[in-house]
Design a protein around this ligand. Structure first.
Ligand code: ATP
Length: 376
């Protein structure tokens, strides 16, 4: 399969005000979303958040209650699924058990009346690294191999967009990890748009170049994985993607690009650019910091902490050694269960439960959220 030209926009997916209600229940609130040609895009969210419904509206398997769906220059809102240049891979591979792997992949070509299928099918089986398995039946393959057959079968008709609905959901963890890298490689090789639905944050972050985090039928935040992780804009995103420590603080002053906040007596500095709340003087803001961005120093060595770092005092409540790192829970007046992950190469033997410590971190790693949002 030849890689698509990167200036080609025929694989752009544009959703304009697309929404879905079932009776009085809104599964997807009107949503605007653009997925550029050639990107690996993930719709991420907990069960029931509306991600599958969104995917099915792109596929044409679900009729939207409002809005329109555009693929490239073409509006496809009212086109049946088989007339859209998209194909879908489901969690249940839905392979034909009585056909061998070659014939499963050839199926879409034969249905279109194409007779000489050998070259295309072989190319496709090579792409998914199943060239050797062509004459086996589906039940003779592993779950991961069967899923790759399903991908090959979906790609054989050269769709502009491949939709993947929890395709790795039935696989065990190790195989899932392998298949994540495998799907990423296939997407890079064919260069078409992949839209992947998953509830697994690690999966979305590993594979996708852009992730849309959904909650209760709305996109909460959309962006590259690193941006979502490092600069979440809502408490939902901050807690859904990894662990966040959130401290409620009051805005004291602003100036020079920084916001200075009062957190129970101590001051914390937050760069303005990393704050999604309005943050006027006197406003309450949630100050967030990821566990692995924090250093832990025994209180006896507090004088050695460099100037300019945010600091909070506390007492170690729990320490779990997990090989490469130790995960601490620190009791602090500003956050009752502060999570701190420290690489074991830096481990200090005095950092045991009961020890008084100073937690400190660079303001550059701090993020600020609207305190009016409820904490999860
Ligand atoms: P999951 O990961 O469990 O599939 P999801 O995020 O993909 O969840 P959707 O399948 O999109 O969620 O469903 C969104 C909401 O719409 C859910 O509350 C679901 O119960 C509801 N829903 C979906 N299909 C229908 C239907 N045909 N009739 C009524 N409600 C529906």
């Amino acid at each position: 399969m030849t890689r698509m030209n990167t200036t080609d926009s025929s694989g752009d997916v544009r959703l304009v005000g697309i929404g879905k209600t079932y009776g009085s229940f809104t599964a997807v609130h009107p949503l605007d979303l653009t997925v550029p040609q050639g990107s690996f895009f993930a719709l991420l969210g907990a069960s029931g958040c509306g991600k599958t419904t969104t995917l099915r509206m792109i596929a044409g398997l679900e009729e939207p209650t409002s809005g329109s769906v555009h693929l490239g220059e073409q509006e496809v809102t009212r086109l049946p699924p088989y007339k859209r240049p998209v194909n879908t891979v489901f969690q249940s591979y839905a392979l034909f058990p009585h056909l061998d792997i070659f014939e499963n992949v050839a199926f879409g070509l034969r249905r279109r009346g194409i007779r000489s299928v050998k070259k295309q099918v072989e190319e496709m089986l090579d792409l998914v690294q199943l060239g050797e398995q062509a004459r086996k039946k589906p039940h003779q393959l592993s779950g991961g191999q069967q899923q790759r057959v399903a991908v090959a079968r979906a790609l054989i008709n050269h769709p502009k967009v491949l939709l993947l609905d929890e395709p790795l959901g039935a696989l065990d963890l190790k195989l899932r990890r392998q298949m994540q890298l495998e799907l990423k490689r296939i997407q890079t090789e064919v260069g078409i748009t992949f839209i992947h639905v998953t509830h697994d944050q690690e999966e979305a972050m590993t594979m996708a170049d852009t992730v849309a985090v959904m909650d209760a039928g709305r996109v909460e935040q959309l962006g590259p994985p690193t941006e979502l992780y490092e600069n979440p804009r809502t408490t939902f995103v901050a807690n859904f993607l990894g662990t966040s420590n959130l401290i409620e603080a009051e805005v004291d002053t602003r100036g020079g690009g920084d916001i200075v906040l009062d957190a129970g007596g101590g001051k914390l500095v937050l760069p303005e650019a990393r704050c999604s709340a309005s943050a006027r003087t006197g406003d309450k803001v949630l100050v967030g910091i990821r566990p692995e961005k924090i250093s832990l120093t025994h209180v006896d060595d507090a004088g050695e902490i460099p100037e300019g770092r945010n600091r909070v005092t506390g007492t170690i409540a729990d320490a779990s050694f997990i090989g490469v790192s130790t995960q601490y829970v620190v009791d602090s007046a500003v956050c009752p269960e502060f999570a701190v992950y420290v690489q074991n190469v830096e481990r200090d033997g005095r950092l045991v439960p009961g020890a008084d410590v100073v937690l400190h971190w660079s303001p550059a790693h701090t993020f600020g959220l609207d305190a009016a949002q409820s904490l999860l």
